[in-house]
Write a protein that binds this ligand. Structure first.
Ligand SMILES: [Fe+2]
Ligand SMILES: [Fe+2]
Length: 152
């Protein structure tokens, strides 16, 4: 089985209460990220939709960066004890995804296969990160009366 088949056979990434951090703003952003992954997954099947794949990969990456920054600004502002560790996990992930993104954009390899690899890497990492690291800040932010203004 190749990467493309793998990605197309992955179950749809459904947001569920299990992923809830308790912070609506970030939960909503996680839902958007899941949505991008699902659109990508659907569009990597077959040779059509190359433009859609290209657009969604761009959106997924830029939205992920914005989301990470918002979390980091909030955690830094409220002096969350796990801030450095949280940011470092984001940074390591972004480095790995940037490499895939560069290969995808530079046309180094079959784009559908790289797109499928991006889906697999992002989808697996994101679920694990939300379940452990993002959920860990939820209660802290609630105790510190988080408001969306704090990311500005
Ligand atoms: Fe995070
Ligand atoms: Fe997050």
């Amino acid at each position: 089985m190749n990467e493309t088949q793998n990605a197309s056979m992955m179950p749809k990434l459904e947001w569920d209460e299990i992923f809830a951090t308790g912070i609506d703003r970030f939960d909503d952003q996680h839902k958007v990220l899941f949505g991008f992954i699902n659109v990508l997954r659907t569009n990597t099947v077959g040779k059509r939709n190359k433009e859609v794949v290209n657009e969604v990969v761009d959106s997924l990456l830029s939205y992920t960066m914005t989301h990470f920054l918002e979390e980091e600004i909030t955690l830094c502002r409220l002096e969350f004890p796990g801030f450095a560790d949280h940011k470092s996990e984001h940074d390591q992930f972004l480095m790995a995804v940037r490499d895939l993104y560069i290969r995808f954009k530079a046309g180094k390899g079959e784009s559908r296969i790289i797109a499928a690899e991006i889906i697999t890497v992002v989808s697996e990492w994101l679920q694990g990160h939300i379940l452990v690291k993002d959920k860990a800040y939820g209660e802290f932010l609630l105790q510190h009366h988080f408001t969306p203004d704090m990311v500005k």
